[in-house]
Design a protein around this ligand. Sequence first.
Ligand code: NAI
Ligand code: MG
Length: 352
Amino acid sequence: MRKIDIAVIPGDGIGREVVPESLRILDLLSEIHGGFKFEKKLYPYSCDYYEEHGKMMPDDGFQQLSQHDAIFLGAIGDPKRVPDHIALWQTVIGLRREFQQVINLRPVKSLKGITSPLRGDKNFDFIVVRENSEGEYSQVGGTIHQDNDEIAIQTNVFTRKATEGVIDFAFQLANDRNHKLTSATKSNGLYHSMPFWNRVFTETEAKYEDIETELIHIDALSAFFVTKPESFDVIVASNLFGDILSDLGGAIMGSIGIAPSANINLNGKYPSMFEPVHGSAPDIYGKNIANPIGQLWTAKLMLEHFGYEEIGNLLLNTIEELLVDNVKTPDLGGNYGTTEFIDALFEKLKKQ
Ligand code: NAI
Ligand code: MG
C-alpha cells in the first residue's frame, strides 16, 4: 500500500467547511482503489493563528510543510481581521514562490447538469497552463518624482528557463490529451517579451510531433473563450494572461465555487500545492451552503498528480451524475447544504 503524505491547511472561512468534507471523500476513494492511502497532517495556519501569534505561520512553517509530498489547501483570508496582503503573502503566495511552484493548472470544463452563462449548450473541456513565477508579475521597477512628474516603471521578466519550462510542460500535456495546443501571445504590442515567448514556443514545437498548434493574441483569445470555447484543448499563457484567462474560464463554467487549481513544482525539490480558485467567502461562512465541488475537483487534480487518474475521473463523473439529478448547492440553484451534498456523493461513490 502506497502512503502519500499530505499537509492539510483548511485556512479560513469556507475552507474549514469544504476541506474536512473533501477529506471524507478522499478517504473513501483510497478505500475503493485499495492501492494508496493519504496520511494527513493538519496545519492550523489561518487568520485565527495570526491573532494568537502575530503571524500567519511559525518561523519554521515553510520548513515543516516542505517535508510533505503535497499540500491540500482550502482558502486563506479574513480581511476584517487581517489585511489581505499580509494573510496571503505570508501563506499562499509565499508558498507558491518558496516552493518553486512554477506552473499553475486550471481545468475548464462544462459539467453536465450546470448551465453555463454562455448562450447555447456549449460543450467545452480544456486546461489553462499558466506560468506562475515571473513574467508580468515581477518586482522589478519603481516610481520616481512626484505630482505631474511622477513616473511608474514596471518591468516584465521572462527567463528562458521558466518560459521553456511552462511551454514544454504544456506540450507534454497536449500530447497526453487531444494533441492541440494554443499559445496566448501579444507579439504585436509587447515588443520584446512576446516575440521571445513565440520563439521559444516554435523551438519547443520542433520536439513534438502530431500536435496542432496556434498562436492567438490574448485579446482575440479572450473573445474566443466566449464565442468558441469548444475549440480548445490545452492553452499555455504567461502569468498575467493566464491569470485573466483562468478567471474567465471559471466564469464560463457557471460558478466560482466549482473551479479547481494546482500549483506544480517541476524540479521535485518541494511539494506541489492544490487549492480551489475561490477564496474563503466570509459572506457565506458558517451557513453550510458552500459548494464543495471546487475543493473536490482540486482533490481530483491531486489524485492525477500522484498517478491516480482513473479514480479522479470516477470522482468527477459521479459529481456530474449528482448535478444532473439536481443535487446542488444554492450557488447552482439547488437546496443541498455542503454536508448533504457530500453525504449524497459518499453514498453514490460507495455503490460504484
Ligand atoms: P471569494 O472567492 O471568497 O468569494 C467571492 C464570491 O463567491 C462570494 O460571494 C462568495 O460567497 C462566493 N463563493 C466563493 N466560493 C464559493 C463556494 N465554494 N460556494 C459558493 N459560493 C462561493 O472571494 P473574495 O470575497 O474576493 O475573497 C474573500 C477572502 O478570500 C479574501 O480574504 C481574499 O483575499 C481571500 N482569497 C483567498 C484565496 C486563496 O486562499 N487562494 C483566493 C481568493 C481570495
Ligand atoms: Mg486571479
